[in-house]
Design a protein around this ligand. Sequence first.
Ligand code: C2E
Ligand code: CA
Ligand code: CA
Ligand code: CA
Length: 277
Amino acid sequence: SKEKGKNGYSFFNAELSQEKSRKMTIENALKKAIQRDQFILYYQPKVVLGTRKIIGMEALLRWRHPDLGWVSPVEFIPVAEETGQIVAIGEWVLEEACRQNKQWQDAGYPPLNISVNVSVLQFKHGKFLETVERILGKTGLDTRYLELEITESIMQNIKESKKILVSLQQMGIKISIDDFGTGYSSLHVLQKLPIDTLKIDKSFVDELDIDELNPMVKAIIDLGLNLDMTLVAEGIESENQMNVLIEHGCTIGQGYLFSKPVAPEDFEGLMQIPGML
Ligand code: C2E
Ligand code: CA
Ligand code: CA
Ligand code: CA
């Protein structure tokens, strides 16, 4: 009513229910997104800091809905996780990423690693290992080119996670801990898991502009190096950030300084620039 509107109460409710209805719209639209061909993978190059040589790529999911337009993964991935739809979506992502990477290799581009984001829910889903094996078989991608990015939250159920990680490692797949330093991590546990790469979260890279000697960044890099892991910094936007990271011992990175995530045909363009590969 008008009266309630004056004290802001019903306005607040209206806003809440608007949010709720957008979430429901997204939830329903997601159910048909695969079948209607609304997903596409973008690729962001992973480069050697300093030389900018491309050594890999991360697949990032994009969704275009006819009415909603482009919906950010920041908005729809949590919905898909909540409803369990992430299992089917994640499977689509993995297959498309492997297929595309193999196709590029078959077309004569030098082989590059492909990193795929895996949600914890997907990872813990009973058939994850079977799914990965099936997709690798179907697409023909050599396992050594595949890297899975998972978050620190896998450490919450360590026994179960370790089994899966060890099996993946035995298959020749690499494991990367995404957004490292932002979540739940036990250093003791970290050491016992077959992890190849630590990805330094963008929030730490951002801080390098304020404080070049940021102790957290230095600590994460030293930890990774001491555990014999590869370090990848994400979200690098400035030369300054890049130079500080190099000084600290981080050799690989991603970020807008090099390239935003781009559509497959644009990634092909990047690979054709002399000196990029
Ligand atoms: P993430 O895995 O940490 O991916 C990095 C995000 O940072 C991407 O956002 C990327 O576009 C963005 N980014 C990269 N470099 C820069 C930079 O220099 N500056 C800034 N401001 N941003 C940069 P995006 O593509 O919107 O994805 C957001 C998140 O959504 C991802 O974070 C990931 O958690 C999730 N996500 C995306 N695709 C998938 C997927 O296929 N499966 C799952 N489970 N999650 C996904
Ligand atoms: Ca990632
Ligand atoms: Ca990340
Ligand atoms: Ca991040």
